[in-house]
Design a protein around this ligand. Structure first.
Ligand code: G6Q
Length: 542
C-alpha cells in the first residue's frame, strides 16, 4: 500500500488513463458503457458514464481511496471513534438513522441508541399532538404556524427538506424559518403569523448563537406582548420548544426541559437534520414519513459501509470529484436538481461540502499540498439553462455537474414533466458530445459563425435518477452526498467535522458591535474598519 505522501501517484496514473480519450471516443468504443459505469443503490440510479474515465482510470482512483485508509476510516466513523479530533468528538449522525432495533453504538463505552430512540419517540408524540390539535396554544387555539428559529446547520437542513417534502406536508399548517440576524427576516415572518396560533422552535445546538438567540428573544417578547396573561411563562410554555444539546442555557431562556428535544455533541450542525433539529419537518410530514426519511438515509449508510469501492456510489462520486479538482484543476462543481422541490438543495450542499472540506491544513496541522474542498454552486433546472449554462457549455472553465432528476412528478400537468426530463437528458448529452464544426457546416451554418456554434463537448456530468422525490429518496440523497464529502475529506487528509474557519468573524463582530453602540472616539481597528464604523455612527446619530 502506498504511504500517505505517495498515494497521489495513483491520481497521476488515473490522469494518464483519463486523458487518453474523450468521452465521445469512450462511448464509441464501448456500446455497453452506460451499463458498466453506473451504480444502483438505495433507490437511486447513478450514471457516471459521461465522465472522462475508463476501467484503468477507475482502478487507479480506487487505489487512491484504498491507500488513504478509507475502509478503516469508515468503520471508525460508524463505530463512534472520536474522529473529530480538534473537538475531541465522535461523529455519529449515522446513529440517528440506524433503523436496526437491535443496533448498539458505543461512545465512551455507553450505547447511544436508547437515547436516540427515546428522543425520536418524544418528537413523534409531540409532532402528532401539534398536527392533531391535541397540543394547543395558550388561548386554546390550534397551532397553525410553526416558526423554526436557527441558523447554519440548525436552519439549512430543515428549510431544504421542508421545501423538498412539500407534497407530504400538512397543507393546513404553514412553516417559516428565521435565520438571519437582519431584523427584516423576523419582522416579515411575524407579519404572516398569528401569535395565539404560532409555535416557535428554537433550534440551536449550543443555544448561544448570536443570531438565533437574538431572534428567539425578540420572538418571545413579541409573543408575550401579544397574548395577555398573569404569568408570561405559561404563554412561553405553550408556544416555545427548544431543540438543543444545552439544557442549562435552554432553562435560562425560559423553556422547561419537558419542552426540550435534546441531541448530542457527536451530531455536527450540518449533519443534524435527522436529529431533534428535524422537528419542524416531522411536524410538517408526520412521524411516519419522518421514519421513511430515516430509512432512506440508513439504506445509503449501509451501502456506503459495505459496498466494494468500485461499486460504491458515494466513493465513486468522491473519486470523480477528486479527478477533476486535483487532476484537471476544476475549482467548482455544479449541482443541478431538475425538481422545483429541491430548490434549496444546492444551498444545503454548499454548507455540507464547503464547511466540511474547506480546510487548508492537514490532520497533522501542516499546510495541504493539494486542492481540498471544491466550490459548490447550482440552481434548479431548467432555469439555469437560460443563464449560466452558457459558461458550462462553451466557457474556459471545466465545471463537472451533477444532474438530479425523478421519473415521476408529484404534479402531473400535461407534458411538462416529460419536457423537464427531456431537458435534463439533453443537457448531459450536449455537454458530453458537443457539436463539431463539420456538424455545423452540414446544417448550413455560415462559415464565419461556425466557431461560435461549435461545442467542444467532453464536459463531464453525473446523472442521479430516482423514481420519485419521497422522504426515502431524499434521505438517501442526503446520505449519498454526506458520504461523498466524508470520502473526499479522508483522501484530502483533512478534518471534515470541525469548522474553525467561521470563528474569527464571529469574535470580531462582538468587538465591532461594542464600537457601533458606544460613543467613544478611540477605535482600535484598521483605518478602513474605523472609517466605516464612524460613518455608520454618524448616519444613525451616535
Ligand atoms: C454546522 C456549523 C454551523 C452551526 C450554526 C448554528 O455544522 O457548526 O452552521 O450549525 O453556527 O449553531 P447552533 O446550532 O449552535 O446555534
Amino acid at each position: 500500500m502506498a504511504g500517505n505522501t505517495d498515494k497521489w501517484a495513483y491520481l497521476d496514473e488515473a490522469m494518464v488513463a483519463s486523458s487518453r480519450k474523450t468521452i465521445k471516443e469512450l462511448f464509441a468504443e464501448d456500446p455497453a458503457r452506460a451499463e458498466k459505469f453506473s451504480i444502483d443503490a438505495a433507490g437511486w440510479h447513478f450514471d457516471y458514464s459521461k465522465n472522462r474515465v475508463d476501467r484503468a482510470t477507475m482502478k487507479a482512483l480506487v487505489q487512491l481511496a484504498e491507500a488513504s485508509g478509507l475502509k478503516d476510516e469508515i468503520e471508525r466513523m460508524f463505530t463512534g471513534e472520536k474522529i473529530n479530533r480538534t473537538e475531541n468528538r465522535a461523529v455519529l449522525h449515522t446513529a440517528l438513522r440506524n433503523c436496526d432495533p437491535k443496533a448498539k453504538v458505543l461512545v465512551d463505552g455507553k450505547d447511544v441508541m436508547p437515547d436516540v430512540r427515546a428522543v425520536l419517540e418524544k418528537m413523534g408524540d409531540f409532532a402528532e399532538k401539534v398536527r392533531s390539535g391535541a397540543h394547543r396554544g395558550f388561548t386554546g387555539k390550534r397551532i397553525k404556524y410553526v416558526v423554526n428559529i436557527g441558523i447554519g446547520g440548525s436552519d439549512l437542513g430543515p428549510v431544504m427538506a421542508n421545501i423538498a417534502l412539500t407534497p407530504y406536508s400538512k397543507r393546513g399548517m404553514k412553516f417559516f424559518f428565521v435565520s438571519n440576524v437582519d431584523s427584516t427576516h423576523l419582522a416579515e415572518t411575524l407579519r404572516q403569523v398569528k401569535p395565539a396560533e404560532t409555535l416557535f422552535l428554537v433550534a440551536s445546538k449550543t443555544f448561544t448563537t448570536q443570531e438565533t438567540m437574538s431572534n428567539a428573544n425578540a420572538a418571545k417578547a413579541w409573543l408575550v406582548d401579544s397574548i395577555p396573561s398573569v404569568n408570561p411563562n405559561d404563554v412561553v410554555a405553550k408556544h416555545f420548544v427548544a431543540l438543543s444539546t444545552a439544557a442549562k442555557e435552554v432553562s435560562e431562556f425560559g423553556v422547561s426541559l419537558d419542552n426540550m428535544f435534546p441531541f448530542w455533541d457527536w451530531v455536527g450542525g450540518r449533519y443534524s437534520l435527522p436529529s431533534a433539529i428535524g422537528l419542524s419537518l416531522m411536524i410538517a410530514i408526520g412521524r411516519r414519513n419522518f421514519a421513511k426519511l430515516l430509512r432512506g438515509y440508513w439504506k445509503m449508510d449501509r451501502h456506503f459501509r459495505t459496498a466494494k469501492f468500485d461499486r460504491n456510489m458515494p466513493v465513486v462520486m468522491a473519486l470523480l470529484g477528486i479527478l477533476y479538482s486535483n487532476g484537471y484543476g476544476a475549482e467548482t462543481y455544479c449541482c443541478l436538481p431538475y425538481d422545483q422541490y429541491l430548490s434549496r438543495f444546492p444551498a444545503y450542499l454548499q454548507q455540507m461540502d464547503m464547511e466540511s472540506n474547506g480546510k487548508g491544513v492537514d490532520r497533522a496541522g501542516k499546510p495541504v499540498d493539494r486542492e481540498t474542498g471544491p466550490i459548490v454552486w447550482g440552481e434548479p433546472g431548467t432555469n439555469g439553462q437560460h443563464s449560466f449554462y452558457q459558461l458550462i457549455h462553451q466557457g474556459t472553465h471545466l465545471i463537472p455537474c451533477d444532474f438530479i432528476g425523478f421519473c415521476q412528478t408529484h404534479n402531473p400537468i400535461g407534458d411538462l414533466h416529460d419536457k423537464l426530463m427531456a431537458n435534463l437528458f439533453a443537457q448531459t448529452e450536449a455537454l458530453a458530445f458537443g457539436k463539431t464544426a463539420e456538424e455545423c457546416r452540414a446544417e448550413g451554418v455560415p462559415e464565419d459563425l461556425v466557431p461560435f456554434k461549435t461545442f467542444e463537448g467532453n464536459r463531464p456530468t453525473n446523472t442521479l435518477l430516482a423514481d420519485k422525490l419521497t422522504p426515502e429518496s431524499l434521505g438517501a440523497l442526503v446520505a449519498l452526498y454526506e458520504h461523498k464529502v466524508f470520502t473526499q475529506g479522508v483522501i484530502f487528509n483533512v478534518y471534515s467535522f470541525d469548522q474553525w474557519g467561521v470563528q474569527l468573524g464571529k469574535v470580531l463582530a462582538k468587538g465591532v458591535l461594542a464600537d457601533l453602540v458606544a460613543n467613544k472616539p478611540e477605535m482600535r481597528h484598521d483605518s478602513s474598519t474605523n472609517a466605516l464604523i464612524a460613518r455608520y455612527r454618524r448616519a444613525v446619530g451616535r
